[in-house]
Design a protein around this ligand. Sequence first.
Ligand code: PMP
Length: 330
Amino acid sequence: MRFHDSMISLVGNTPLVRLNSVTAGIEATVLAKVEYFNPGGSVKDRIALRMIEAAEKSGELRPGGTIVEPTSGNTGVGLAIVAQQKGYKCIFVCPDKVSTDKINVLRAYGAEVVVCPTAVDPEHPDSYYNVSDRLVRETPGAWKPDQYSNPHNPLSHYHSTGPELWEQTEGRITHFVAGVGTGGTISGTGRYLKEASEGGVKVIGADPEGSVYSGGSGRPYLVEGVGEDFWPEAYDRGIADEIVAVSDKDSFQMTRRLAKEEGLLVGGSCGMAVAAALKVAERLGPEDVVVVLLPDGGRGYLSKIFNDEWMADYGFLDDSGPSARVGDVL
Ligand code: PMP
């Protein structure tokens, strides 16, 4: 009989798929690492598994313990799946701007979700940050993974995503492109690929215009999961050879093309990463192999990126409209 012991053993080993249509006119091979094939639907399953197993080994997480993390999205789903399979409780803290659909997904996996007001200062006792810190202090057996500073976030990619890409491309990968959020994906995967290729692989970060990684001040943008207004510890500032800034409009238009032309219903940070990858690939030749990582699927974005009205409101459907309105709640 061929079966997996649990969903946990399905984390990683995601496929590489060539992009054939959005790459028209480009000589280089452009391959997408499709992370929605992970059991929780995103790249974050990888870090969830490794952060939890490392905390079990170090004794920070003990049998019957509770995982407390401020997250509303993909990391929460990964943590919830691994936690339930291993018998831990999860409490996630979300700001109230997060859609009820996302909160319901976390609850469906058995997690408890505490919703905090967005409209209070970070110092306020009800703020997202203070509530999660208080829950850690007050919950017996609590452990906070903290994906922004946990070294096992980039290490999970050093030990899984990086080796997978090196093997799948038989060492022929020349460029690796990934969006940067916590920085875990680009730092861990990039380090592995640079070591394996003895410096041959170029690493390119994709960043929303306005975020600090591409020199911005942290001004608002609409692409979710990437860009920051601070420098997280998980990000290795020495790893990227280049950072490409991509506008919301270009990110979302490419996201829609991936669904329509490549059969890839993926999230907005995927369109952003592909837009950056194509900018890089345009200047390369037929021997080059560009791999772009697509972090999640598109089902969580149906009412935004895949909704014509929402896209039109922001002027993302045509070539003349305004870009994101500064001050909008993202
Ligand atoms: N895209 C999405 C949708 C994400 O949730 C994340 C994680 N924040 C990223 C990209 C960026 O990955 P990383 O945190 O490893 O930089």
